[in-house]
Design a protein around this ligand. Structure first.
Ligand SMILES: [Ca+2]
Ligand SMILES: [Ca+2]
Length: 463
């Protein structure tokens, strides 16, 4: 209980309560001094049953050692003690990549996948052959595809807090992410960038919820589209940072229905409170939306940079701030892709209320924070700003407020019970833990063991 005064003087103190849940599933450990030396060794042992947990020590697993086919359902597979790095380096399994997930509803957390290549040129860090998938805290880079999924028209895919960069064979058929015909994709708090010719996010899911991400070409990126939803469907694209480079392969930023409106869902797209930036100075099409789309609602966005057609749209098109000159938006640091607003930004208070659709609020309640995190968005001055950020957003919660923290976040290191940690890591073993940190630091990573439930309160406030 050292240095409690220092803790109290911090911004605020969180009390975290962990409730352990009973489980009969087994935990298998992978690492240099564990029962299984590599993911491939555990795969070959053929011992896994539905619901088991796999903990992989942080280390490099190179070539065949990295490869596995996971066939059980509801597995939790996670890196511990840091991010284990699976480097394929020319090796692959089932002709598909590093990991093939044949089981349903597997969760993969805190793992780095790189250099997946196969003869078909669509090698994936994760190839989903089963139904449903959750990925969080992972990093996919320099693969032919980061994640590639099947076309079963079923299953929910959740991808959050993850980074995708530099994936693609450069033939336009491979992408940072290529989600096939699934029931639903939820993609939130991710950083997807520098896809090689392919798209930074391509999804054929019936429903797409693309929320609070940073999806950018940045300086050198040559992606096709930032977001491509080629078969339409019910899609909400809200609160994202979407930036096209001057050297991008394709002039579109977002495409919808461009390979045919054939998804088994109503073809409605809602593009709300995103910040779009196009650095191509003589070409650009922020939105390319197929004719025949039932509902197109484009509201409260910032469109910064060139687009010769944006003013002529026939969509529902309300309260979007449009300026061909990016500098006029008064972003905080546009050269470095910080699109928070400054005091003189004309986008402040430029938005308006957007009605709920199918039970989905179209008022953003979060903003992306780099890298792969978020803060809550609080509307200032009673009027929502255009774009992905609210100027003057005050995210510091009030004393005694219960914080909306995910049940399933965990970090990269464990600490001893009852230890007070004055940074961004909390205890996974104790009944009660304390943390003193800013909100953003807190959300960047903390430890929560599998089977535990987390609730967080502000127990005391700083002086
Ligand atoms: Ca483009
Ligand atoms: Ca405002």
């Amino acid at each position: 209980m050292k240095n409690l005064t220092t803790v109290r003087n911090s911004l605020f103190i969180l009390i975290v309560t962990l409730f352990s849940l009973n489980t009969t599933a087994n935990v298998y450990r992978v690492g240099a001094n564990k029962n299984y030396l590599s993911p491939n060794a555990l795969y070959n042992a053929n011992v896994l049953q539905n619901g088991d947990t796999i903990e992989i020590d942080a280390a490099n697993y190179i070539g065949e050692a990295a490869l596995a086919v996971w066939t059980a359902d509801n597995l939790l597979i996670k890196g511990v003690g840091g991010k284990p790095h699976l480097m394929a380096n020319g090796e692959y399994i089932y002709g598909k990549g590093i990991w093939v997930l044949k089981g349903n509803n597997i969760t993969v957390e805190n793992i780095e996948f790189s250099r997946a290549t196969v003869p078909d040129k669509n090698g994936a860090g994760i190839r989903l052959d089963g139904i449903g998938l959750t990925v969080r805290y992972c990093y996919f880079h320099d693969n032919e595809n980061g994640i590639l999924t099947n076309n079963v028209y079923d299953g929910d895919i959740l991808i959050e807090y993850s980074e995708f960069g530099g994936n693609g064979f450069e033939d336009g058929y491979s992408h940072n992410l290529y989600i096939g015909h699934a029931n639903k994709l939820t993609f939130q708090y991710n950083y997807s960038h520098h896809a090689k010719v392919g798209h930074n996010l391509k999804s054929r899911a019936n429903e797409n919820y693309i929320l609070y991400n940073r999806i950018m070409d940045e300086e050198e990126g040559k992606s096709s589209r930032l977001i491509d939803l080629p078969n339409g469907g019910f899609s909400i694209v809200m609160g994202n940072l979407l930036m096209q480079s001057a050297v991008a392969t394709n002039i579109n930023l977002l495409g919808y229905g461009l390979e045919g409106l054939i998804n088994m869902a109503s073809h409605e797209i809602y593009v709300i409170n995103n910040t779009f930036v196009n650095r191509k100075t003589t070409k650009g099409l922020f939105l390319d939306i197929a004719d025949g789309t039932s509902i197109t609602n484009i509201s409260n966005n910032i469109f910064a940079g060139y687009d010769e057609t944006i003013e002529e749209t026939s969509y529902t098109f309300n309260n979007n701030y449009i300026d061909e000159n990016i500098e006029n938006i008064a972003f905080e640091d546009e050269p470095n892709f910080n699109y928070q607003l400054t005091v003189n930004s004309p986008a402040i208070n430029f938005g308006s209320n957007v009605a709920v659709v199918n039970g989905n609020s179209l008022t953003p309640n979060k903003s992306y924070i780099h890298p792969t995190s978020f803060i809550n968005r609080v509307i200032s001055n009673g009027v929502i700003d255009a774009g992905a950020y609210e100027y003057g957003n005050n995210d510091t919660p009030n004393c005694g407020q219960i914080l909306p923290i995910n049940n399933d976040i965990y970090g990269i290191e464990s600490y001893q019970a009852n230890e007070i940690i004055a940074n961004n890591t909390i205890n996974s073993n104790a009944d009660v833990s304390f943390i003193a940190a800013s909100r953003i630091q807190f959300l960047e990573g903390f430890t929560l063991e599998q089977g535990a439930e987390l609730k967080a309160y502000i127990g005391a406030c700083g002086d």
